[in-house]
Design a binder for this molecule. Sequence first.
Ligand code: ZN
Length: 272
Amino acid sequence: MCYNHTAYIKFLGTAGTRFVVSKQIRASGGIWLFLNGIHVHLDPGPGALVKSVQSNLNPQDLSAIILSHRHLDHSNDANIMIEAMTNGGTNRKGTLFCPQDALDNDPIIFEYIQDYVGNIEILREGTRYRIGETAPLLLEFDIPVRNIHGNVQAYGMRFFPSERTKSTIGYIGDTRFFEGLINDYQGVKLLIVNAVIENQMPGVDHLCVEDVIRLIKGVSPKLAILTHFGLSMINAQPEVMAEKIAQSTGIDTVASVDGMVVGIGERFAVSR
Ligand SMILES: [Zn+2]
């Protein structure tokens, strides 16, 4: 285990889509971020709680849980993660960030669990959010644009760690490719991309390898990390796809594996 970084991102799971998740071909616990001294869980899919605890990460340390959208592979463990964050609801704290449609008809967070969190903030395009009160224990992120992902509200985001690290981190959640993504994620140094399918499929709002190449070329981060692999990506081998993407973009590209840690500093330190 390597948490000797002052800031890091840990991939608790790298599975995408119902098929990879339901067979647990890859784990599906989402992403744990520790930035500016603040712990955040992003997209708690099935296994988020188990994978966190097994990784010696304490949900009670969380200040926020972010749901990019309501699909199960991103939100299944949201209720239990909130319960764990708040010590079984005895310590009302933390912020839940989610799209409005996660709470509307057929809410994915039970009402009694909604009462456990300190507050709930709705994700909206063009909005900047803060987690924590005052610097240095303060983490800001924004939603540059709404994604296009079926009939649900889905968002990617940019995290802005402290000046010192100068490492804006972009997370492009589930979406179909559109030109605007490139503009909206300009300046991001580390780009996490949900590279779900190998080849484009009609009517499927996910990024394929060709889309990922256009995106990475256009945004031009220092490092790109692929995650959230569907079955066709698993079969094509994410490492092979990452190499192909690196070759055609000239940008370092890594295929994430379950448990991978990326240290965030002047440079990025990937331990697979
Ligand atoms: Zn989805």
